[in-house]
Design a protein around this ligand. Structure first.
Ligand code: DQA
Length: 148
């Protein structure tokens, strides 16, 4: 099983960026933890970060027929991007949306996600752990769909 992990804009600054909200763990450390969990579960996880919306759309399109599921933290594009939503809907790739912070406890503009309506589910508020929970959820979604 192959899972694509996409990190959106500004997540390359994790560790340094607003640590009171996003914690002190760097993106490299998060990716290493994802990779360790993937090995433990006997699956393959590929991580990619971009600050560009079009590049994220392209990666989702390219995932068709290659990856079984997608775990995405769309960053600020969560709240703005119909293009990312359409990419997920168009490819039909099972998607788990993740956020480090609990977006529903924050500013009003963060409380709407364009992605959640096309995702299998959303995990928010557990810091770096959100990604690991997201990976476990994605594996479960794929396993459940194969049983049907
Ligand atoms: C975020 C929440 C978004 O509102 C914000 O723009 C981010 C990070 C999170 O992981 O908590 O960049 O997606």
């Amino acid at each position: 099983m192959k899972i694509l992990i996409l990190h959106g804009p500004n997540l390359n600054l994790l560790g340094k960026r607003e640590p009171g909200i996003y914690g002190t763990t760097s993106l490299e450390e998060i990716n290493a933890r994802i990779s360790d969990l993937a090995s433990e579960m006997g699956i393959e996880a590929v991580c990619f970060q971009s600050n560009y919306e079009g590049e994220l759309v392209q990666r989702i399109q390219d995932a068709m027929g290659v990856f079984n599921a997608l775990v995405i933290n769309p960053g600020a594009y969560t709240h703005t991007s119909i293009a990312l939503r359409d990419a997920i809907a168009s490819t039909g790739i099972p998607t788990v949306e993740v956020h480090l912070s609990n977006i529903y406890r924050r500013e009003e503009f963060r409380q709407h996600s364009y992605i959640s309506g096309v995702a299998a589910g959303q995990i928010a508020g557990f810091g770096a752990e959100s990604y690991l929970l997201g990976l476990r959820a994605a594996v479960q979604v794929v396993n459940n769909s194969e049983k049907r």
